[in-house]
Ligand binder design. Structure first.
Ligand code: ATP
Length: 248
């Protein structure tokens, strides 16, 4: 990959449990500073693609059997999720994995565990997260488990930001949330992208919303990329509209 193609996955094949072929040769790239949407119906392989990048497959008995993952021109497919976070690549898992018994602020602080930073820097990072997510500031002493779905999703993204990432793999941030909250979260993602130059690979079933915020999109079907293009182009494409408008 070229250096400008920040993240690239090349012809990845993933097999679960030694037998279930889920990704059948997927290639995609996320250039520096862009938001790239990874789209497709439930079960198309979006989450698996993100997990293949961040090396979270093993826990689920999944295996990359072919292909490679590169970040800034270097192979990263043998690195542990922790090492990846240190290099600036972090995944926000589907289903908002916040610790329900911790407060919002405690959750955010756990996100900085891979960094050896001073208290001052920690405080600055926290303030930055609160700047982008004012709702989290309001709720900072609340137990995460008692906050709303939208706030928990914000907490999960905020916690990832505490690791000071360059590239965030964001899995289905809209899941189960009201349209208005989805817009609020995507606006913040767009803002982080514009002001902090954080790049995003965004897995979404909510095709049309994702394409309004993304720069580029890939559509996965049955473990294969069946279409790719500029977000604007995909959004106005008749096949995409017909196929996904009703499904999102
Ligand atoms: P979703 O929106 O449900 O997350 P997705 O596009 O992200 O959909 P994946 O979760 O990547 O899809 O799943 C792709 C396929 O892999 C599905 O058929 C799913 O049943 C299968 N799969 C996912 N995880 C496992 C696993 N741990 N073991 C076996 N098969 C799995």
């Amino acid at each position: 990959a070229t250096a400008e193609n920040y993240l690239s996955i090349n012809n990845i094949e993933v097999i679960y449990d030694h037998v279930i072929l889920v990704l059948k040769g997927v290639s995609l790239a996320v250039p520096k500073g862009k938001i790239v949407a990874l789209l497709g119906a439930n079960g198309a392989g979006k989450s698996t693609t993100l997990k293949a990048i961040s090396n979270l497959l093993r826990a689920e008995r999944g295996d990359v059997t072919k292909g490679s993952v590169e970040y800034k021109g270097q192979r990263i497919d043998q690195l542990s999720p922790n090492e990846l976070v240190k290099r600036g690549v972090i995944q926000v898992m589907e289903g908002r994995h916040c610790f329900g018994h911790l407060t919002i602020e405690e959750n955010l602080l756990t996100g900085a565990y891979t960094r050896s930073i001073s208290r001052g820097e920690l405080k600055d990072s926290l303030e930055k997260v609160y700047h982008y997510f004012p709702r989290l500031k309001t709720r900072r002493t609340s137990q995460a488990g008692y906050t709303s779905g939208g706030e928990q999703q914000m907490c999960a993204i905020g916690r990832a930001l505490m690791a000071n990432p360059e590239m965030v793999l964001l899995d289905e941030p809209s899941m189960g949330l009201a349209p208005q909250i989805v817009e609020e979260i995507f606006e913040i993602v767009k803002d982080l992208n514009a002001r902090e130059q954080v790049s995003f690979l965004l897995a979404e079933q909510n095709t049309m919303v994702a394409l309004r915020y993304a720069d580029f999109g890939y559509i996965l079907e049955n473990g294969r990329v069946v279409m790719e293009g500029d977000a604007e182009e995909l959004r106005t494409n008749e096949d995409v509209k017909e196929f996904y408008l009703g499904l999102s």
